[in-house]
Design a protein around this ligand. Sequence first.
Ligand SMILES: [Zn+2]
Length: 221
Amino acid sequence: MITPPAMSHPNSDTDTPNDALDELLRGNARFVEGRTEAESTLIDRDAMAADQTPHAAILRCADSRVAPEIVFDQSLGSLFVCGIAGNAATDEVIGSLDYAVQVLGCKAIVVMGHTSCGAIAAAMADESAQGHIATLLDHIVIDGDDDATRAAHNAVHQASEIARRSSPIAAAVSRGELCVAAGVFDIASGRFAFTSRSVQPDGGGYDALRAGSSAVRADDS
Ligand SMILES: [Zn+2]
């Protein structure tokens, strides 16, 4: 059985799921305003080699313009990052996130959709894809009338899939030790906004999105 590390997280301001989400928003604000603080070149490499205690796990698209450590202004060791086209919650991705929660003690899982996503565009084009691309596009859910809305819907869908298909993650959410969130990174502005800070295993966050597109752009921080 895998047990969480006894060591508590060194960042006192990221002790709860909400704290972890707020830290991402603070870092993104620094990134947008051009006052980044992350000092990945000045880290204690010996300490880092011995352990890792990331406060959040990020599921990002493979897109070259979407780099969580930069966008959220976080140092090496702060984020557990999974990257895959369309930020798709495949079984392999969910397995990685299970590790992040059970072994590393991450407080939050954030699915990071983004504008101008090529994977969503490819899924919309509905053309026969070559090679393994088709299996990836099968995971992507398209809904909404504009680019940002479609990115938000897909992100929330992937988040609900993570919460629904992983029993360890669902259990951590029910204990209040973890949140599964989804949001969209706007490449043009550099701004990240949460669509939902609490996507439920039953897909509650996705249902909320369907109720009205105004919720898509809401930043409920
Ligand atoms: Zn993308």
